[in-house]
Design a protein around this ligand. Structure first.
Ligand code: PMP
Length: 294
């Protein structure tokens, strides 16, 4: 029999089929919790510290106290990968409010649930990087920064799910959400970049997009390569008329977009800047200095 993945829940490991939480867990009942998605490449857990810090920031916003130190969580993540003998993997860290009473109030949830899953993920088609993906602007606006915006990486992903359903129905690969002012915000689980006349632009953090760790890497790489990179409001017009558009995300990595709402982007093929960043990014993620070695 194939050996099952071992999932960490609150200090113990369970085979995948037995890895369960209470139906009274407020993570399930109300989406009350936070998470991270992290990749390991050839034994290096890319930007693990940054992901852990973001998890704690999301939890801080929710006044959810993670019952272990950052260092302990790092060590448990590495241990979960070692236990599953995974060197190229996708790790999902989840901390929920824990089990409580029925009713939204988190007051009676006394013990947060900590879950670590180490598995693999595939987000876009195999040829997405070579051919680019199609996208559409969805009618679903991103929640603003004074609501449950994706700045908090919480278990509330309905905003993204509604947009993704629209993309599925329209037969395109991915959805892009605008912010409430009509500017481009982000993809379903990716940040968005455009390139115009050799300049790289991405929406500012006040758009309500998640401060993406891959986006940060793409900006650093692009600056190192000498490109002009700026954060600015991007209109749908600028998106449609960009020379290049690309997504960044832990699961997606860097993916060129070849078409948005049936308008071809540039010549409809991945552009030179996206291709260069993809090549450099694949080196960066394997550099032990950029992460923590299992
Ligand atoms: N936006 C959203 C809504 C996401 O869920 C993700 C994936 N975590 C991203 C952007 C990309 O962020 P990162 O590069 O840190 O994975």
């Amino acid at each position: 029999m194939e050996k099952q993945l071992q999932v960490y829940i609150d200090g113990k490991y369970y085979p995948k089929s037995e890895a369960k939480v209470s139906v009274f867990d407020h993570g399930l009942l109300y989406g009350d919790g936070v998470f991270e998605g992290i990749r390991a490449y050839d034994g290096v857990v890319y930007k693990l510290k940054e992901h852990i810090n973001r998890l704690y920031s999301s939890a801080h916003m929710l006044m959810l106290s993670i019952p272990m130190t950052r260092e302990e969580l790092i060590q448990k993540t590495l241990e979960t990968l070692r236990k599953n003998k995974l060197r190229d993997a996708y790790v999902r860290l989840v901390v929920t409010r824990g089990a409580g009473d029925l009713g939204v109030n988190p007051k009676n949830c006394t013990k947060p649930t900590v879950i670590i899953i180490a598995d693999t993920i595939s987000m876009h088609k195999d040829d997405a990087k070579e051919k680019g993906v199609t996208a559409m602007i969805s009618w679903v606006k991103r929640d603003p920064v004074d609501a449950t915006s994706h700045e908090i990486k919480s278990l509330n992903y309905l905003n993204s799910i509604l947009a993704k359903i629209e993309a599925n129905m329209a037969g395109v690969d991915e959805a892009i959400c605008l912010d409430k002012n009509g500017f481009v915000c982000e993809g379903v689980a990716e940040n968005v970049f455009i390139v115009k006349n050799g300049k790289i632009q991405t929406p500012p953090s006040c758009s309500g997009a998640l401060p993406g760790i891959t986006a940060e890497s793409a900006k650093t790489l692009a600056k190192q390569l000498g490109y002009d990179v700026s954060e600015k409001n991007v209109t749908p017009y600028e998106l449609f008329n960009a020379d290049e558009v690309f997504f960044t995300g832990t699961a997606a990595e860097i993916v060129p977009v070849r078409e948005v709402n049936k308008r071809s982007i540039g010549d409809g093929k991945p552009g030179p800047i996206a291709r260069r960043l993809i090549a450099e990014f694949s080196k960066m993620v394997r550099d032990p200095k950029e992460g923590i070695t299992i």
